[in-house]
Design a protein around this ligand. Structure first.
Ligand SMILES: Nc1ncnc2c1ncn2[C@@H]1O[C@H](COP(=O)(O)OP(=O)(O)OP(=O)(O)O)[C@@H](O)[C@H]1O
Ligand SMILES: O=C(O)c1ccc[n+]([C@@H]2O[C@H](COP(=O)([O-])O)[C@@H](O)[C@H]2O)c1
Length: 190
């Protein structure tokens, strides 16, 4: 049976924190593939400084370009609407019956799991993998496998804020993402 990690997120924009945790989980658990899955409409999250969802998708493709075993899973873009993970996983399991999915979540999301849509059923469909994130505890009443990762206090909000204030985002995002943000004038105004 194939074992695949999924990092779901808003990726507005993707940053080094995303890449570090996905990479670390992928190698630590010795998985076959890692899918980065952008949500079309994130559940329970107000998307501030929203950019066209297509920009988020394109930036994600750029961020992982050339990385063997890493790919973008755009199933939530095809489906549109609110991207509840339960709905997505149910569909993915129909499409890929021979795959075991590991759904990666940072500390903020681990705390939030009890509020997820149909979480009682979802925990039986995937293995949740929790990673530490500065400022958040890693405690859960649901089964979560924990993986140690180098912690970096980078968030998409920080990147948006820095761009908006004219501060550098060099070394916080891949160079291609920095160039894309500049070329398309993303996050400049609020
Ligand atoms: N620096 C980080 N360390 C650990 N986990 C992270 C980090 N950044 C993001 N994640 C995790 O990656 C997933 C997707 O995150 P998301 O795309 O929403 O980015 P974000 O930085 O949390 O965005 P925002 O600042 O806009 O809320 C979530 O599970 C989140 O917890
Ligand atoms: O299904 C839910 O109820 C649910 C609630 C919050 C977050 N999620 C998923 O968790 C992933 C990270 O969410 P976010 O808000 O940090 O982008 C992303 O794939 C979301 O679709 C899912």
């Amino acid at each position: 049976m194939k074992r695949i990690a999924i990092l779901g997120g808003t990726f507005n924009p993707p940053h080094l924190g995303h890449l570090i945790i996905a990479n670390e989980v992928f190698y630590t658990l010795n998985l076959d593939e890692c899918w980065f899955m952008p949500s079309y409409t994130p559940p329970h999250k107000e998307v501030s400084d929203e950019v066209n969802p297509e920009h988020r998708l394109r930036m994600l493709e750029l961020a992982i370009k050339g990385q063997e075993h890493f790919s973008v899973q755009d199933i939530e873009f095809d489906r549109k609407g609110t991207s509840y993970t339960f709905d997505t996983i149910r569909l993915l399991k129909e499409l890929y019956p021979d795959v075991h999915f590991y759904f990666v979540v940072g500390g903020d999301m681990v705390e939030y799991l009890p509020k997820w849509h149909r979480i009682e059923e979802l925990v039986h469909l995937v293995t949740f993998v929790g990673v530490k994130r500065p400022g958040y505890e890693l405690r859960s009443s649901y089964p979560v496998e924990f993986v140690e990762v180098p912690q970096v206090d980078i968030s998409s909000s920080l990147i948006r804020e820095r761009v908006n204030q004219g501060h550098s985002i060099q070394y916080l995002v891949p160079n291609e993402i920095k160039a894309y943000i500049e070329e398309n004038g993303l996050y400049e105004s609020r």
